[in-house]
Ligand binder design. Structure first.
Ligand SMILES: Cc1ncc(COP(=O)(O)O)c(C=O)c1O
Length: 379
């Protein structure tokens, strides 16, 4: 799908982008220019459509990596006296808890093992037990492991209890269906360099208009003030501060390709094929996925590191990279793992090729016990 001599990124963003997306960055844009501001407007409209929020939601773009937008959503949508429940099963859920600590917002974690997802019933029980909770913040696909958290049932639980729901959909938006017209969500947060396959540099918050309208004064920070960004954009069609113009232009091109491919169903299906080919191939090499298939999102797969003294992640990574594929380290504390992304402008051929590269690399390194699972070193 993409060609050139650059290695293929099998990482959850930045990821491999198409030539058309890269080429869109070859022009300079003025931030006051009407044609640039029209691009911003069209991107925002299309992003709202992806989650079917035309009747209820607005999109506020924000400069920075995905975390900036997650932080801005929490800072703006949760009032200063609010309290947030975070069903917690991985690194990005933990990041939300850390952000809430920085923001001085009260919070409670619903802790789960990294290979289990929360259910609507668990969330309801936690909401019943603590009436001070005003909001739930949920990571949709927990990229730390690749687990898919069940958004519709968690949204239904929040709705039954009248609580707001903020969803970090960073690695699921555009690949796994999100439909805010079917279940209530106050905010969906994602970024340019993930499943829409743009380049990194901007995030966005798709917020329920009726909620965002009441958020003036909640933000602790000028740069993170989504309410201000939104009202300024409405008034002027411009970003408040210098926009990442090349990123925006590339994102427009990426969105065009996303729509031409067939939107979320088609993109999700391509990633699902990538994931299936990867898992089958790696299992044939003896490597074990960390998650059972039923709860694995087709986004990134965590594999156990082989329990063989010949296996050293850095050497493994360097050798696979020399064959053209960039892998990702694991993010678990209990067991030693590595991750392989299924997203980006790649197809199942790339996945077959990376499996071959991994197989050759293990053989070169003399790793024989690929199927034995290694515990992580303490600390
Ligand atoms: C679930 C999730 N949340 C948030 C982020 C944001 O991270 P960053 O600020 O590095 O873009 C990521 C990035 O991969 C993610 O996967």
């Amino acid at each position: 799908m993409i060609r050139g001599n650059d290695p293929i990124l099998l990482t959850p963003g930045p990821l491999t982008t198409s030539l058309a997306t890269k080429a869109a960055m070859l022009r300079d844009w003025g931030s006051w220019d009407q044609s640039f501001n029209a691009i911003t407007g069209s991107i925002c409209r299309d992003l709202v459509d992806v989650v079917r929020g035309e009747a209820t939601h607005v999109c506020v773009p924000l400069q920075g990596s995905g975390t900036f937008s997650v932080e801005a959503a929490l800072a703006n949508l949760v009032p200063r006296d609010g309290k947030v429940l975070v069903p917690q099963n991985g690194a990005y859920c933990q990041r939300i808890l850390k952000i809430l600590g920085y923001l001085g917002r009260a919070h409670a974690a619903l802790d789960l093992p990294e290979d289990r997802h929360p259910t609507g019933a668990m969330v309801e029980e936690a909401l019943r037990a603590d009436p001070a909770i005003t909001h739930v913040a949920q990571v949709h696909c927990e990229t730390g492991t690749g687990i898919l958290n069940p958004l519709p049932e968690i949204a239904a639980a929040c709705a039954r209890h009248g609580k707001g729901l903020i969803v970090d959909a960073m690695s699921s938006f555009g690949a796994i269906d999100i439909d805010v017209s079917r279940y209530p969500v106050d905010a969906v947060v994602a970024a340019s360099g993930k499943c829409i396959e743009g380049v990194p540099g901007m995030g966005f918050v798709i917020a329920r208009r009726a909620v965002l309208e009441k958020c003036q004064g909640n933000s602790h920070s000028l740069a993170m003030d989504l309410f201000d960004q939104w009202t300024y954009l409405q008034k002027t069609t411009q970003w408040r501060f210098t926009p990442p113009t090349h990123v925006v232009a590339a994102f427009r091109a990426a969105l065009d390709q996303f729509l031409a491919e067939g939107g979320t169903p088609a993109r999700g299906a391509r990633y699902a094929r990538n994931c299936a080919v990867l898992v089958e191939g790696m299992e044939a090499l003896g490597l074990k996925p960390f998650l059972p298939r039923a709860i694995q999102a087709p986004v990134i797969v965590t594999f156990h590191a082989p329990d063989d003294p010949a296996y050293v992640f850095q050497a493994f990574y360097d050798r696979v990279k020399a064959k053209g594929y960039v892998l990702y380290p694991g993010k678990l504390t209990r067991v030693e793992t590595f991750r392989v992304g299924c997203i980006g402008a790649i197809d199942e051929n790339e996945m077959r090729n990376v499996v071959s590269a991994v197989g050759e690399t293990l053989a070169e390194m003399g790793v024989r016990r690929a199927g034995r699972v290694r515990e992580a070193a303490a600390g």
